[in-house]
Write a protein that binds this ligand. Sequence first.
Ligand SMILES: [Zn+2]
Length: 484
Amino acid sequence: MAEDALAGLKPEGLWRHFADIARLPRCSKNEERIREHLVMFARERGLECHVDGAGNVVIRKPAHPLHRGRPGVVVQGHLDMVCEKNQGTPHDFAKDPIALALDGEWLHARGTTLGADNGIAVAAALALLSDDSIEHPPLEALFTVDEESGLIGATRLDPGMIRGRTLLNLDSEEEGIFYVGCAGGQNTEGWLPVQREHAQGGVAVTIAIKGLRGGHSGSEIHEGRGNAVALGVRFLWRAAAKAGLRLYDLSGGGLHNAIPREFFAKTIVPRDRVSLLTQMAGELERDFKLELDDLEPALSLSVAPNGEKPEKVISEGSMRRLLDALYAIPHGVTAMSRRMPGLVETSTNFAAVHLEGEELHLLTSQRSTHPSSRDDLADRIQAIVRSAGGRTLSSGIYPSWPPDPDSSLVRICREVYRRRTDKEPQVTAIHAGLECGVIGEKLPGIEMISFGPDIRGAHTPEERVNVASTERFFAFLLEVLRSL
Ligand SMILES: [Zn+2]
């Protein structure tokens, strides 16, 4: 059935390999079957093949006779795919083939992710390796594992396996856009001590911020959407003294890479100040809406009695120290790139706060194309937490890929693109991690670029790849290989 959907599509070799791998299970961390397929593929053709300790595969092919003696080129993509399906789709990713379907110019899967991210790279590399008429320098096809759960395969790549110092990453999703850099990042967590004491009389109320849009802290941080945690802390910091608040619970946000959408604070308020607190909430809600303009139309800041009778609340001194520290934690873009207009250079996401027993846990996430700027922001957050008597931990560190839009590789790709299309490609970088950042750190001096065909809806069952765009992408790849 899969072959039927792809019958007659060009380039024929690429789509044949795409159909082959669509039959092989390859959710992240479960790449054994497709790895076996690659090893067999290399063996059948007498190509040199290596697998490293992480399960990454490299297959080498000598240069085409016309290109002998040229420096080697690495073509790279990841083997794993995000396995998502629509509710009610009876698909078992561990054994069922992806059901391919063609809808006009777009290839998609029935009810599941398609795996064009990054099956297109795998299929393109296999098409290159299996066609001896294609002109190319010495070629290494690098297939990494476990990209989608955090660049794990690339992080554990054995760099001794790679000889080439020019790398074409085929894991981009917009034709005509070349990625030449990415941010590095890290998470900074903090734990602030809190002292509790017996609660005095008053009304227990929940302060809630809801209705925010959230979003991805890499790709959407520059929009300036509201951060529920930052806004909630700002309200508490203002209202605490005036309304005589006594906090007993606090929570907001979640994942390090998500802009928080909701925030809840539970407090005891003297009975005669509940209306003052409600009035302050109304005023600040108006301010927030004015500041955020049309970005957050559904934002709400509410105050409501919750009927609880907590035994303990945070002591007043402890609460003040806590709120001072939380209010000082930065959020958002701190620098834009000067070399690449529109690119966020450095940012931090105040991702979560949770009161857990005698400590408040906070999570933040920094990104930057400059490792030093990332460290600077992380250090500042650590300084804030420590000055309030807390402790910190850094985790999830990944390297950046500093953009060089004028490298010889980028110049060649630009020229080829212009020649083929009469158009100027967009050369840009991304404010998120890519495998190139990790690989570049392991192979100093390597020149890299990332490009691919038009893919939409990646990581969702709406994922689809444009067939005509894929044909152009492959022809472009061949011409780049001829030109290197
Ligand atoms: Zn990908």
